[in-house]
Each structure stands twice: as structure tokens, then as C-alpha cells.
Design a protein around this ligand. Structure first.
Ligand code: ADP
Ligand code: MG
Ligand code: ZN
Length: 479
């Protein structure tokens, strides 16, 4: 019997605020900071301390909720989720339970089968826990992360394949990065996924029993773990067994899930409203301001780039991947002389600038090539002042020296030579120099043409106009 998979995702995203969720401690990069340098009595859970809500974290959460078309609760309630763990000094986590920040949103994803809309069930604010490091004779606690603002985004069980789940994860991560609320650094654990997976006979509309796979920290892990669970549960059902509702871990190296605890005796978190915090009230003016401050989101930007600049969907998708690149592209376009298509600028950025960024291990701004300078180089090439190869060299030179394109071309004598007599003369010299190659070309080895072309360009120190060289070479070889 064929089975259908049903998947719902819970995503935990740290919010990139300056300070923690309920105290003034700085949010530090917990993968590099020395342990316990950013801790105070509040996030260390000392008795008698009181939490204060981080205004900026609420704004970031609201912006995510707006970007995901959620209904925002004008009053939301913080709640205590009680459990003991050494990385949770208070003995409870402040979260939201019955009345979360926002509910009922949606996220449009793109898969090989086309567009799909995944419903968002809820979004709530909470605080992160500390980190434990296990050593041979004990465990070490680092509270730098304790109390870092965390946004939990929970989907409805609307996905049906690992591919959809990954597309959902990537699309969501993209939006968080565009909003500037999360760096998207999966290796640093600033976004974590939990996958809820069940299977049911194809065509059925009832939900099967689900398992929940915790702590998936890469898209690869997300994909593999879901695929593994679908396979495992389908096998159980096919052999007449029943799936047990449980919480699973994912063994990265062995690529299998393993039971962590059964859901039947799930910890009773004994949620109750946080007595130390008033209800969180969101008024319409605040929301209006945040809505007005929302940046253009990836999907809208991609569609606009295709329509406005006549880019291919693929180029548009690559350009909008990073907001900084998309901005850079648009600035370059404004500096292009009339008549040069934006597509040309896209090619230069996606080809040459990306190569330079790779080679220099730099982001687009660290290259120090202002959009205006790139536009000038492009114009020089399109207008035939320099050729494409020289254009590339000029860009590399700008990165090194910061000089202006025209200056570099002038100072290094890079200006392309289009003078027909001059080119004719170099071609003539080249043909005299390589009589054997000329002979073999004339006896039918056409491949030699490109080699001869290369020799002429070399003689002209790369500066000759390639179109004229090509024509002249054809002319002289033909005679
Ligand atoms: P909990 O908070 O105990 O993990 P929730 O009811 O909040 O439980 O559900 C968490 C996630 O599990 C949601 O993303 C939801 O879409 C998903 N989910 C719930 N039931 C199923 C199911 N039968 N199969 C797959 N996913 C499910
Ligand atoms: Mg859960
Ligand atoms: Zn603190």
C-alpha cells in the first residue's frame, strides 16, 4: 500500500538583538566567546531578580509575523514552561503558550512541482537555554546563550516530502536574513529545526501518529532525517505494526534516528502565565510603523527583477540571494549609460565579481569596487574602449589600488586598439612568423584559427579589438 508523508516543522531562530530577551547582557557569538562572559543575576536565574522584555526582540518577532502574513494578537501572554536541566538555571523557560505573539500565517515555497503554500500555525517569543559541554569527568555549563531571544515558528502539518520541508526551511531562513533578524549561520546553531513526521495511507485525510526529530542543524540533516523517518514508519505500517509517538534524536554520522523519550510520559511542563511579566500589548500604530519598515522580501524582489530588468528567473534568483548583492546590482544599473541592458550588469556581477569575491574571500563591499566604477568598466567594454579580458583586469586592479577605471586604463595603456592599419600589420607579422600553422590552416585544419588568433592578441598585449582582429585574420588567411 502506498503511503503519504505528513510533515510539520518547528523552527527556532535566535534574534540578532544587542541584548538578551529579559536582561541587559550582550548577545555574543557563543561559538567563539569565552564561556560565561555575558551573564548577570537575571539570566543566571538568581532568586529575587525580575525580567524586563526586550523591546527590539518584540519588534523583530512582529516583523517576522508580518512577513509571514500572520494574525497578530494585540495581547500576548508570557508563560513559564517548567522543567529542570543544568543549562536552564531558573528551572523554567519563559515562553508563550496559550496566547502567542502571532498565529495563522502562511509561507509560499517553490519546489520542482511548482508553488505551494504552507500554513504557519503560530509564532512565539521565548528565551534560549545555556550550553552544556560534556567532558570525561563531568559537564561544563556556559550561560552566554541563556536568555538570548528566540523566536519559535511552527508550521501546520502541510508538507509531504523532504524536498518541501527543505524548501520551507530555506525560504524561511531567507526571509529572516532579509529582515536582518537572524544571520542564517546554521553552523553556529542560530537556526534549529525540529521535524514532526507521520505517514498515512495515500488518499487518507486523517493524521497518523507522529514522531518528532530534534535538533536538526543543517538542511542536509533535515532532509535525511525526514526521509529516514518516512521510510521507517512506512515499513512499520506495511508490516501491520503501529508507530509509536516519541521524540527522536538524529545520528548525523550514522544517518539514523534514535529514541530520546517517549511522548506518552512527556514531561508535564505545567505551563502557567509568567507572574513577573505583564501581558504584552501590541498597538496598531506600532504595527503600522513596523509594517512600513518591512523591506522588500525575496519572493517579491525576484519577481520584480524579472519584470523590471528582463532577467532570467535563474539570474534573478542568484542576484536576490543576498540583499547586499541585489542592492549592488540595482545601483550599478542606475549608473549604466542608456542603451546597455541591465542583463549585462547581471552577467558581470554573477560572473566576474563573484569570481573576485571568491578569490579574495571578500563580500561585495569589501571588494571596494563601487557600483559606479563597475558601470564605468562595463561601459568601456561595451563601447569597445577596452576588451572583456582587460575589463576583468581593471576590476581586479580597482580591488587592489582603489583607483578609478579610466585612470587605470590610461596609466597602464590598456586602451583597446581598434586602428585597422595597426591590427592589419600585427596580423601580417604573425602570419609571417608562423608559416607552418598558416599552412595547416589552409589545408583544412580549422582549429588552428583560434591558436593564430591567440598569437595576434598576445602580440598586441591583449589590447587589440578582438572583433577587428578576427575579421582581419579571416581576410588575410583567405588571401
Ligand atoms: P508539540 O508542541 O507537542 O510539539 P504541536 O501540536 O504544537 O505539538 O505540533 C508541533 C508540530 O507538529 C507542528 O508543526 C504540527 O504541524 C506538527 N504535527 C502535528 N501533528 C502531526 C502529525 N500527525 N504528523 C506530522 N506533523 C504533525
Ligand atoms: Mg514539538
Ligand atoms: Zn543577563
Amino acid at each position: 500500500m502506498p503511503y503519504e508523508a505528513v510533515i510539520g516543522l518547528e523552527v527556532h531562530a535566535e534574534l540578532q538583538t544587542q541584548s538578551k530577551m529579559f536582561c541587559g547582557c550582550a548577545v555574543v557569538d557563543t561559538t567563539v566567546a569565552p564561556p560565561n562572559i555575558s551573564v548577570c543575576p537575571i539570566c543566571a536565574g538568581m532568586p529575587g531578580t525580575l525580567p524586563v522584555v526586550n523591546h527590539r526582540a518584540v519588534e523583530m518577532g512582529l516583523q517576522v509575523a508580518l512577513a509571514l502574513d500572520c494574525h497578530i494578537n494585540c495581547v500576548s501572554i508570557f508563560a513559564r514552561k517548567n522543567y529542570f536541566y543544568p543549562d536552564l538555571p531558573k528551572g523554567y523557560q519563559i515562553s508563550q503558550y496559550e496566547q502567542p505573539l502571532a498565529e495563522r500565517g502562511k509561507l509560499v515555497i517553490h519546489t520542482s512541482a511548482g508553488e505551494r503554500t504552507i500554513r504557519i500555525r503560530r509564532i512565539h517569543l521565548e528565551e534560549d537555554t545555556g550550553k552544556l559541554t560534556h567532558i570525561p569527568n563531568g559537564s561544563l555549563v556556559d550561560l552566554n546563550r541563556a536568555g538570548v531571544p528566540l523566536l519559535e515558528i511552527v508550521s501546520e502539518p502541510d508538507m509531504h516530502s523532504p524536498e518541501e520541508a527543505v524548501a520551507y526551511g530555506e525560504t524561511l531562513r531567507h526571509i529572516l536574513r532579509y529582515l536582518g533578524v537572524n544571520s542564517g549561520d546554521m553552523e553556529k546553531g542560530v537556526i534549529r529545526f525540529e521535524a514532526n513526521v507521520s505517514v498515512r495511507p495515500a488518499g487518507s485525510h486523517e493524521l497518523g501518529t507522529r514522531t518528532e526529530v530534534k535538533n536538526l542543524n543543517s538542511f542536509r540533516a533535515l532532509e535525511r532525517a525526514i526521509a529516514y523517518e518516512i521510510e521507517r514508519q512506512s515499513r512499520i505500517l506495511a508490516s501491520g505494526g503501529t508507530v509509536e509517538q516519541e521524540t527522536l534524536g538524529w545520528n548525523e554520522a550514522g544517518e539514523y534516528t534514535y529514541p530520546q523519550r517517549s511522548k506518552e510520559d512527556a514531561p508535564d511542563y505545567r505551563y502557567f502565565p509568567e507572574p513577573d511579566l505583564p501581558p504584552l500589548k501590541i498597538d496598531e500604530t506600532w504595527l503600522e510603523r513596523l509594517r512600513a519598515e518591512l523591506p522588500e522580501l525575496p519572493n517579491a524582489k525576484r519577481q520584480r527583477f524579472i519584470a523590471q530588468y528582463h532577467l532570467t528567473p535563474k539570474d534573478a534568483a542568484r542576484l536576490i540571494e543576498e540583499r547586499a548583492i541585489a542592492d549592488y546590482f540595482e545601483q550599478t544599473v542606475t549608473h549604466l549609460p542608456p542603451g546597455i541592458a541591465p542583463k549585462v550588469a547581471a552577467n558581470w556581477i554573477l560572473g566576474d565579481l563573484f569570481a573576485l569575491m571568491n578569490a579574495c574571500n571578500a563580500d561585495i563591499y569589501q571588494l571596494n569596487i563601487r557600483p559606479q566604477a563597475l558601470a564605468e568598466v562595463i561601459a568601456l567594454v561595451v563601447q569597445g574602449e577596452i576588451n572583456q579580458t582587460t575589463g576583468r583586469e581593471v576590476l581586479a586592479e580597482i580591488t587592489k589600488s582603489g583607483r578609478l577605471p579610466a585612470e587605470i586604463v590610461e596609466a597602464r595603456g590598456l586602451k583597446q586598439v581598434s586602428d585597422a592599419d595597426f591590427i592589419a600589420e600585427i596580423v601580417r607579422q604573425t602570419l609571417i612568423e608562423f608559416p607552418n600553422e598558416v599552412q595547416s590552416f589552409r589545408s583544412g585544419k580549422e582549429g588552428v584559427f583560434n591558436w593564430l588568433f591567440g598569437q595576434v592578441m598576445k602580440k598586441a598585449a591583449g589590447k587589440a579589438n578582438p572583433h577587428i582582429v578576427r575579421q582581419e585574420l579571416i581576410r588575410q588567411l583567405g588571401s
